[in-house]
Ligand binder design. Structure first.
Ligand code: NAP
Length: 330
């Protein structure tokens, strides 16, 4: 396992981050513990969580697991997505942010969260309100660094501008979706992150399992997430995505890799990415993602994989910028 600097924070994180969204859901307490231990054995020091994962259960399980290792680990959580049923238990209000962090600290059984994310942009709360509340949490020592997830590039830069203008704790980290069939981040988000030296943890590296090579065009049967979860089924519903996943799976096997390992390695290879956040319901699934850390993708292999799916158009409609972006990533 290699370690990388997380943007401007000076914090060193493992090249893979372990996501805990399955903890207490697809992975029971026992399976979650086995996943956690396997991660530690492989040198992972980076764990991603959120208050909404399993309605707080993931944080509770993670809190028990990290207790004996807290100082060695970098732990995230998030607020802002609808939590339980309260009408004010969502969004970026000062009230919700402070209540959420207090509850997360209790569940995680810790005094501080290393990176605390706004889970998504809130159209109904001025960004100043959220960022001031987050700054206060940093000053109080409850949060070390601030991140934003699912923000567009302009929303992120607006947040960066406001923190600078007000001398508040900076936005250090972003968490966008990114994988071989969801490449929108390449257009503005990842170039912005490189320009600002933001830490980048990308989620959904396998397209929620699509790129694992286990789905045919019929993805409505079985226990996998795309078969049972409507939100993910809609996100990955396009038939071209299944064609691409099939082509990618065959390519991976021909190249001598498990598709899961190669899909994670492809995300990792992007220069803007600090760490893909991997996900698994069992140690067996996890091992395929962990093997990504041993893959040193050549330019040739990286380019061949990248050609399987269309690159999104450049942000300015000028083909010259598209060419520059292509060159920048190599
Ligand atoms: N910020 C956000 O909004 C956001 C959103 C989503 C996730 N996240 C974070 O990112 C983490 C990873 O996201 P993700 O779980 O969506 O990532 P992913 O890598 O796209 O999908 C992981 C899923 O793929 C399947 N899988 C994994 N390894 C496999 C293998 N070897 N063979 C077959 N199937 C395999 C499993 O689902 P099945 O077994 O059910 O098919 C597993 O849960 C989460 O835990 C969370 O921490 C953040």
């Amino acid at each position: 396992m290699k370690y990388k600097l997380l943007g401007n924070t000076g914090i060193r994180v493992s090249q893979l981050c372990m996501g805990t969204m399955t903890f207490g859901r697809e992975a029971d307490r026992y399976a979650s513990e086995a996943i956690f231990k396997r991660c530690l054995d492989h040198g992972i020091n980076f764990f991603d969580c959120a208050n909404v994962y399993g309605d707080g259960v993931a944080e509770t399980i993670l809190g028990e697991l990290i207790a004996d290792h807290r100082q060695q680990l970098i732990v995230t959580s998030k607020c802002g997505a609808q939590f339980e049923s309260g009408i004010n238990s969502q969004g970026g209000s000062r009230r919700n942010i402070i209540a959420s962090v207090e509850a997360s600290l209790r569940r995680l059984k810790t005094d501080y969260i290393d990176i605390y994310f706004l889970h998504r942009f809130d159209d109904h709360t001025p960004l100043e309100v959220s960022l001031r509340a987050l700054n206060d949490l940093v000053v109080q020592g409850k949060v070390r660094c601030i991140g934003v997830s699912n923000f567009s590039a302009w929303q992120t830069m607006k947040a960066c501008g406001l923190t600078r203008q007000n001398d508040w704790a900076p936005v250090d980290c972003i968490q966008p979706m990114y994988n071989l069939v969801k490449r929108q981040a390449e257009v503005e988000i990842l170039p912005m992150a490189r320009s600002e030296n933001l830490g980048v943890m990308t989620y959904n590296p396998l397209g929620a399992g699509l790129l694992a090579g286990k789905y045919g065009q019929d993805h409505t049967t079985g226990e996998g997430r795309l078969a049972v979860d409507d939100m993910y089924r809609k996100r990955y519903r396009e038939s071209w995505m299944f064609d691409a996943a099939k082509q990618f799976g065959e390519f991976a096997v021909d190249a001598g890799y498990h598709p899961v390992s190669l899909a994670v390695a492809w995300v990792s290879r992007n220069k803007a990415v600090t760490a893909p956040i991997i996900g698994a319901r069992s140690v067996e699934q996890l091992d395929d993602s962990l093997r990504a850390a041993d893959i040193d993708l050549t330019d040739q292999l990286y380019d061949a994989i990248s050609r399987i799916t269309p690159r999104p158009p450049s942000p300015t409609d000028r083909s010259e910028e598209q060419i520059k972006a292509d060159n920048d990533n190599n």
